[in-house]
Design a binder for this molecule. Structure first.
Ligand code: HSE
Length: 431
């Protein structure tokens, strides 16, 4: 029997899921792979305050040195998230010739290339399936199953928390705050949920997908990123009357020597397959040649979904020679590949203003949009109440971000407009 000693760093929701799943699948793993994974040490800063009933016989510590310096540990599972000290842990463990399994999207998106090169030099595995879409085998599909294809685009719902919030707001009429609380309770959200709702978690994941698809290293901070915090219950209601669904989409597409890389709320028509990806489900559409479009979907966050990806990585690395070429030799077919600025990207927009209900209001707003070259496709004023501000909803024709932002800035200064306008991109056709 092949015995592999594991050091687990980070004993939160996912860490505890990994311990439970390894125990549940122990006999299967032994019989099928002739391998036993032994959790030798578990490290967490708060380990002594945690429920450790599922951990059998492992040393418990608050100091990760006990793992990176232990010559008997063969594999380190890093589940603490964030850049520091996760990077130090991974670098030191690789230098000590330990294989790594991580679910850390911030780390892989920021330092993946450098870490893959180090793993190659040290002849170690560095696996990260759970960093995007939890257990959905997106990384494996792109780097193995589809390795003969050329990627043209990647479109996805890759944050479970946001998808859960938007679904609960749509289906149950929850407020944003209520839905976020539920997502936290279910263990979907990051320890700092700001990263989920401001779009940065999706941007980290998109940066990883862009690296795998196009061989281009791009930082999440170099993308256009907008979260879902400005979306109100009323927007959800208006768009559903218009036959649209709101989703937080991550979009990357390559055209000639440019890539579009953006994360933002998007209205998609109800008959688009992504409109029916609900709750904590994620979905990634890959547009590739020669296979065409494929959709990978499943639960994209949560304890056992993430544990599934981590345990699969663990099994995949056992008994195999590291194949660093999977991640190191990703190659940008066009060395001049640049990121297209959001201002050059044209979209149709849904816009909502809260305005005083009196004659001339629509004309004033429409006049400013017209002056900025934005054509209006439809206008809707839902409520007639002379005493307070009423929502005015407009759908525009194609406009750039700059055209829209300049117009909205002027509209907001009108005394008849009572709150900051909300603008959401509409994409009738995604690919
Ligand atoms: N907070 C993340 C999400 C967890 O909601 O998608 C999975 O990466």
């Amino acid at each position: 029997m092949n015995k592999i000693n594991v050091g687990l760093i980070g004993y939160g929701t996912v860490g505890s899921g990994v311990v439970q799943l390894l125990e549940k699948r122990k006999a299967y793993i032994q019989n099928r792979f002739n391998t036993e994974f032994i959790i030798k040490t578990v490290c967490d800063l708060a380990i002594h305050q945690k429920d450790t009933q599922h951990i059998k016989d492992a040393k418990l510590t608050t100091n990760y040195e006990d793992i990176v310096n232990d010559p008997e540990i063969n594999v380190v599972i890093e589940l603490i998230g964030g850049l520091n000290p996760a990077k130090d842990i991974v670098v030191r463990a690789l230098k000590a010739k330990k294989h790594i399994v991580t679910a850390n999207k911030a780390l892989i998106s920021d330092s993946g290339k450098e870490l893959f090169e180090l793993a190659k030099k040290e002849n170690c595995h560095l696996f990260f399936e759970s960093s995007v879409g939890a257990g959905i085998p997106i990384i494996k599909s792109m780097t193995e199953g589809l390795v003969g294809n050329k990627f043209k685009g990647v479109y996805g719902i890759i944050n479970g928390t946001c998808n859960y919030i938007l679904t609960e707001m749509t289906k149950k009429g929850f407020t944003f705050a209520q839905a976020l609380k539920e997502a936290q309770k279910k263990g979907y959200a990051e320890s700092d949920p700001t990263l989920d709702i401001n779009g940065m978690d999706s941007a980290h994941k998109l940066a990883i997908l862009i690296y795998l698809a196009f061989g281009k290293k791009i930082k999440a901070t170099d993308m256009y990123v907008e979260g879902i915090t400005q979306i109100a219950q009323s927007d959800i209601e208006y768009v559903s009357h218009l036959n649209y669904t709101v989703k937080l989409l991550a979009i990357a597409k390559k055209e000639d020597d440019e890539i579009e890389a953006r994360v933002h709320p998007t209205l998609i028509s109800n008959d688009n397959p992504l409109a029916s990806i609900n709750d904590v489900y994620n979905a990634v559409f890959l547009d590739c040649d020669p296979l065409g479009s494929i959709l990978l979907s499943g639960e994209g966050a949560g304890q056992m979904a993430a544990a599934s990806g981590v345990v699969s990585d663990l099994i995949n690395l056992s008994g195999k020679e590291p194949n660093a070429n999977l991640f190191c030799n990703l190659y940008d077919e066009n060395v001049k590949l640049k990121i297209r600025k959001i201002d050059q990207v044209k979209n149709k927009f849904y816009i909502r203003f809260m305005a005083i209900d009196k004659p001339g209001v629509l004309a004033a707003i429409a006049g400013i949009l017209g002056k900025h070259g934005i054509s209006i496709n439809s206008v809707n004023q839902k409520v007639h109440d002379k005493t307070s501000a009423v929502p005015v909803v407009m759908l525009t024709d194609f406009a750039t971000n700059k055209m829209l932002q300049d117009a909205l800035e002027r509209i907001q200064k009108l005394p008849i407009v009572k709150s900051q306008p909300v603008a959401i991109r509409i994409m009738e056709q995604l690919w």
